[in-house]
Design a binder for this molecule. Structure first.
Ligand code: NAD
Length: 468
């Protein structure tokens, strides 16, 4: 095989990068000292990228998928994400990373529309914005970089990432790995960039920079509001507090298992994960018994429940960061209850106004609220979701009530008779994303969400259905 000098250099650089595996002293491959340098490099790369074909784009995306699914890389980054952020579960990070790599759509998402008739032919195409600034959360640091990179590059853009400072090491490592592979495949350098020291200041510089044409924020309400206030095109993927309703017609045994599985996935970090159960009185005891058979540990003592509230929340209003994404076993240990790893979820019966119901905790503490009937359950679920319109679940066989809840709650994702993760393509139909844009309306983002729609008109010609 003949190789040009650039390819040889790219391979040497990759081998060196493999040896170092994770060394913050060695940069290059898209990592810059300052945000200005990163953005300038990204802008130059985007110009060059526009001269590459669609087939090239797809090849580079396949390269990203390969890097992530390589067992050594997958193991390394999934472990590092947990170690560095102190959140989540290694085995589930692996699943999430593979999911992002395999099920984030590439260029096939960019379907051209054509309108042909007496006046000619008009094409409507998905075109790049240019350089996108993407802000990633600490709860899905690598998953967000993977799915945003695939979608944004498929759309012909380049991307400047602003990772969460608490997951900067793994984010920088992944960005280097991706660039190394992209260079090897003949892509322009710096398609994906970031800075050595991600910080709020650097994010602010990025948001204001004139060469950033679009902003994509995946995180809490603060950052979503910040990008939407810039005057630029912005996608905001914000917070949720997903309720799950269970009525008397549901398959209770299955519902109980689905709820525990969804709630405990990556220790409840996903923004879509079950955060509170609203159960109809008639089946509540049976549901709880079945949840306990599937790995839930119930706490009934009000004193212990209060101890937990004081431990894991700031005045019942916000989660305490060190407990976000921690296991049920770990959290129970902090209040003197020793259990094995088979315990996946801490179950607490709670009134409607309890902090565990109202606050997006992002840890496997699952409150169950009892209500008289399914209509009250739906109404309360809407209230507990706080108008985020993010994600909700319902277990029922009553089509009318399933339909009523879907209509009332207006969430971007509504899962019926399954665990929450079915909504992002794990055992459910459809593509995946880790940027679910409720506030700005793009829904489950994919390549086309990161594109401008442009029309190209040929007057009078190229319509072929008649012989006028
Ligand atoms: P976070 O809001 O604390 O941080 C998200 C990102 O924004 C980080 O990179 C952070 O550095 C940056 N940031 C935050 N405030 C900022 C500010 N004022 N100025 C500049 N940058 C700022 O969120 P997190 O704890 O990392 O992630 C959890 C939150 O994200 C939860 O609310 C969760 O629901 C949400 N989330 C939503 C989605 C979605 O697709 N809708 C996906 C993942 C997480």
């Amino acid at each position: 095989m003949k190789m040009d000098n650039n390819t040889i250099e790219a391979i040497i650089r990759r081998v060196l990068s493999d040896q170092e595996q994770f060394n913050t002293d060695e940069y290059g491959y898209g990592i810059f000292d300052t945000m200005d340098e990163a953005i300038e490099a990204s802008a130059a790369a985007q110009k060059e990228y526009m001269r590459h074909s669609l087939a090239d784009r797809q090849k580079y995306i396949e390269g990203i998928r390969e890097v992530v699914c390589d067992e050594k890389n997958l193991t390394y980054m999934s472990k590092l994400a947990v170690e560095e952020s102190g959140m989540g579960k290694y085995e589930h990070k692996k699943i999430k990373n593979v999911l992002a790599a395999r099920k984030s759509p590439g260029i096939e998402d960019l379907t051209t529309q054509a309108m042909a008739g007496d006046d000619g032919l008009t094409l409507v195409e998905y075109c790049p914005f240019g350089v996108i600034g993407a802000i990633a959360p600490t709860t899905n640091p690598t998953e967000t970089i993977i799915c945003n990179s695939i979608g944004m590059l498929a759309g012909g853009n380049t991307v400047v990432f602003s990772p969460h400072p608490r997951s900067k090491g793994v984010s920088i490592w992944l960005i280097k790995k991706l660039n190394a592979r992209l260079e090897e495949l003949g892509a322009p350098r710096n398609l994906i960039v970031t800075v050595k020291e991600p910080s709020i200041d650097n994010t602010n510089i990025m948001m204001q920079h004139p060469k950033i044409r679009m902003l994509v924020a995946t995180g809490g309400p603060g950052i979503v509001k910040a990008v939407m206030s810039t005057g630029k095109k912005a996608i905001g993927a914000g917070a949720g507090n997903p309720p799950v309703v269970v009525d008397e017609t549901a398959n209770i045994e299955k519902a109980a298992k689905d709820i525990v599985d969804g709630c405990s996935f990556d220790n409840n970090l996903p923004c879509i994960a079950e955060k509170e159960v609203v159960a109809v009185e008639q089946i509540a005891d049976y549901l709880i018994a079945n949840m306990k058979n599937n790995g839930a540990y119930e706490i009934k003592d009000p004193k212990v429940i209060q101890q937990l509230v004081e431990l894991v929340t700031k005045d019942g209003k916000k989660p305490v960061t060190v407990f976000v994404g921690k296991s049920a076993q770990y959290i129970l240990g902090q209040v003197g209850i020793q259990v094995g790893p088979e315990v996946k979820v801490i179950l607490v019966e709670a009134p409607k106004d309890h902090p565990f119901v109202q606050v997006e905790l992002m840890m496997p503490i699952l409150p169950v609220v009892r209500v008289a009937n399914v209509d009250e359950a739906i109404d309360f679920a809407v209230e507990a979701e706080h108008g985020n319109r993010h994600t909700a679940m319902m277990h029922s066989r009553n089509v009318d009530k399933l339909t009523r809840m879907a209509k009332e709650i207006e969430t971007t994702i509504f899962v019926k008779n399954g665990p929450s993760y079915a909504g992002i393509g794990v055992g459910g139909m459809g593509h995946t994303t880790f940027t679910i844009a409720g506030p700005t309306g793009e829904g489950l983002t994919s390549a086309k969400s990161f594109c401008r729609i442009r029309r190209c008109v040929m007057k009078d010609a190229f319509h072929i259905r008649d012989k006028q």
